[in-house]
Design a protein around this ligand. Sequence first.
Ligand code: SAH
Ligand code: SF4
Ligand code: F3S
Length: 437
Amino acid sequence: MSDTPKKLFIKTYGCQMNVYDSERMAEALGAEGYVTTETAEEADMVLLNTCHIREKAAEKVYSDLGRLRPLKQAKPDLKIGVAGCVAQAEGEEIIRRMPMVDLVVGPQAYHRLPDLIRAKGRAVDTEFPAEDKFDHLPERKAMRGPSAFLTVQEGCDKFCAFCVVPYTRGAEVSRPVDRILREARDLVSRGVREITLLGQNVNAYHGEGEGGTWGLGRLIRALAEIDGLARIRYTTSHPNDMDDDLIAAHGDVPALMPYLHLPVQSGSDRILKAMNRKHTAESYLRLIDRIRAARPDILLTSDFIVGFPGETDRDFEDTMDLIRAVGFGAAFSFKYSARPGTPAAERAPVDSQVADDRLQALQALITEQQRRVQAAMVGREVGVLYEKAGRLPGQMVGKSDHLHAVHVEDTAGRVGELVRVRISASAPNSLAGQRLS
Ligand code: SAH
Ligand code: SF4
Ligand code: F3S
């Protein structure tokens, strides 16, 4: 009997939830005798965990599959699987267009991967099964770095006019409180000191817990009780789901880090309405005021789409005004991409060059704000959680409370240590500082 483990290569595209899912799939396949490897060339199975959010992301999958073709020809036993949001959206098409693909599995069917692998012939599973995949995935056993993701909520009922997520991830579902607390305790027992709670609409969390339904604020308060868990973050949130308790938690739970990613997409009420965002620029600004009242030093980041159908110069200026009014620490900004099956895809597009120019102007403004927010950190004392050794000798790299990458002069530092650091300099994408004794 041969005990040589089979090798699995997973490539992950898209959001943090895909990163989390890839870990869970690797663990599920670990129970089937697979160990992960760093290259497709030495793999017995290649899994692409895909993203459908913009056209470019989705097309990348087909070009990557094309690049795997020679490997498959040289090694016919190689199994090729497509998981994630492109699998969910285009499963049948992938099977038709790409004969080299052996299996297609959607985000809600990962627990069935072992069965799909054993299936004779090619297999597709893009169902939204009634059972909870998390109850059927193996426990998380691997040793961990100091920072981990934990999915608490998945799917979206908001149906923003541009977005595929409600179709690829399905309806909003929250995991029960006890499962989350168990997974969190388990992560902490394996060395994790920081947990980022994940959900497509994480602040809409409403899981069953002791005494009824819990919101995200209450869940965070319970997680903060876990001994050894030093830091809690959550992403991604919708402005309309920031309730009073969650805002208050930013003021009174020390483990909840002073950082919030709160996508607004646009600063124009006309466009926000056309996007079906169900909030206005003004309501967003008032919300920011309330959050800052609870936690004055909170660092805010956001997502923006430019060139949404119907966006005029005036609408775009409203977006720039909103950015100026808030002062973001960073932001992701995207040129609108028409996605098949979404309502906005039916509407007349903005001139592509105009959209490019707006994107550039917006990114220049954000970069300037980022520079200013970082410069304001110089001289301050912050917490830094070491994630790895730096490139220079005697240097450690980690994330600050505000999620800045920080290079720290520290000859005795260990990965996983949470230290106090005085910030001394700011570079475009990181800070530098000295450890305080
Ligand atoms: N659930 C998150 C967003 C997930 S998608 C939320 O509601 O905030 C991440 C970001 O991708 C979005 O915030 C949006 O800015 C961008 N995005 C989504 N669909 C897009 C599209 N069709 N074209 C361009 N950007 C898009
Ligand atoms: Fe997409 Fe809107 Fe849902 Fe976010 S809230 S996942 S942007 S539909
Ligand atoms: Fe992409 Fe799916 Fe995440 S579309 S952004 S991988 S939820």
